[in-house]
Design a protein around this ligand. Structure first.
Ligand code: DQA
Length: 145
């Protein structure tokens, strides 16, 4: 069976492309889904991109991934900096976890410099724009290959 990669996105990323484009660019989450699916097709991976503004929904999808996915790519958005619940959920997942941030969080406000999710992530991308998701997909293919 083709391994499945969950690509999880936290609060406000539904507005990607329209939200602060000077920081996050003009590409949408649909563009990200298409780019990741194309890389997945080349690499023999299925992808499922999901977004929620609700912390509990992200936790539920991580639990679902325990059975359904071989790897998780996650942009937790603001939950990165606040959510022990998302970290605890990721700690129950056995496959590779790659954390993605579109912006270079370390050159932004100090409150964006700490990530709970980084305590679990096997790799972290920041500042590559939405291209970071594509790079994460390629690394995921490498890890699972
Ligand atoms: C973000 C960075 C976070 O600090 C912010 O809260 C986001 C998006 C990024 O992709 O650069 O919503 O995760």
């Amino acid at each position: 069976m083709t391994p499945m990669i969950y690509i999880l996105n936290g609060p406000n990323l539904n507005l990607l492309g329209r939200r602060q484009p000077e920081i996050y660019g003009r590409e949408t989450l649909d563009d990200v889904a298409a780019a990741c699916a194309a890389i997945g097709a080349e690499a023999g991976l299925q992808t499922r991109l999901l977004q929620s503004n609700w912390e509990g929904q992200i936790v539920d999808w991580i639990h679902e991934a325990r059975e359904a996915a071989a790897g998780i790519i996650i942009n937790p958005a603001a939950l990165t900096h606040t959510s022990v619940a998302v970290l605890d959920a990721l700690n129950t997942f056995e496959g590779p976890v790659i954390e993605v941030h579109i912006s270079q969080v370390h050159k932004r406000e100090a409150f964006r410099h700490h990530s709970y999710v980084s305590h679990r992530a096997d790799a972290v991308m920041a500042g590559f724009g939405v291209h970071g998701y594509a790079l994460a997909m390629r690394h995921m293919a490498h890890l699972l290959g």
